[in-house]
Design a protein around this ligand. Sequence first.
Ligand code: GAL
Length: 369
Amino acid sequence: MKKKVLAALLSVAMVATLLSGCGKKEAPAEPAPTETPAEGEEPAEPAEAEGGDATEGSADLAGKKVGVCIYQFSDNFMTLFRTELENYLVSLGFAKENITIVDGQNDQATQSGQIDNFITQEVDVLIINPVNSSSAETITDKVVNAGIPLVYINREPDEAEQKRWADNNWDVTYVGCDARQSGTFQGELIADLGLETVDKNGNGKIDYIMIQGDPENVDAQYRTEFSVKALTDAGFEVNELFNQVGNWQQVEAQTLVANALGQFSNDIEVVFCNNDAMALGALQAIDAAGRKVGEDIYLVGVDALSEALENVISGTMTGTVFNDHFSQSHNAADAAVNYLTGAGNDHKISCDYVKVTQDNAQEVLDMVK
Ligand code: GAL
């Protein structure tokens, strides 16, 4: 089991970090032992294996309908997330045919129609990765009015919206990691190298470019802000040469970084990408420009996609940050179960990111593969 491997392979300190920030309904160190029940068999008892939060009623999960809305299937990280979510829901005892996962195609109108359909179909619980976090209020209102519990994932609704859930005691929660931490870890990956190593042009500053994800999304906003803040907090002077939106996409990032390298040439010392897909695009542009990561330029991403981890191992990426899709998907499924059994949830369930360097990249790769 992946989580077991996680516990075994990451250092004690990292595991402590991973677990310390987790919410009340933190997924266990290991998923439920039995997987999909054979036909005609009773499903696995889910909740007892999950820390005893959900008890009575849990055996009926096979008959419960789960609607899952993903903002866009073509997103690499959300593909890892939804695959793990479905597998874990089945391991808890939900029937595969009762789990419906739909692609919002990065269009809020499309996703809103999908939510309406799920409401008409009377699903028992909804798990939603909104296209626009700013649409959360409208989404929440319609789902709550329909009497369906709601678990938001990955794209965090703002504080005012989360406060409404608490004030009204609604069955609505958000499951995700704090994007500020991922940005801070990215900045630290560069700060830890030291100014002498990074400051190739000798101007006493760290000259960087920033490739952002979809700026509507707090993950993009916070990673952009906190990666640079970690550098200035560590006492470095910084110089931003270029800051553009790559929408989480490899191809867009490749074009942007090629343009930046054309414009600023050897002055670029650091490439910050809000995720690994874009870092992989950046790496293609860096290679094409004849630059060498680890020698004359430094490159960091977030997510710990397998390909990015392989680059960290070989030194062609400086580092990345593990965006724990195991904890997040398990916590989301556990939260759904807790609503179905009446155990309830906190209105926010969080987990930690893990900083990945050449030292631990192989361990993380063994876990995510
Ligand atoms: C981030 C992830 C990105 C992208 C985004 C979608 O957490 O790092 O790669 O998947 O979520 O909202």
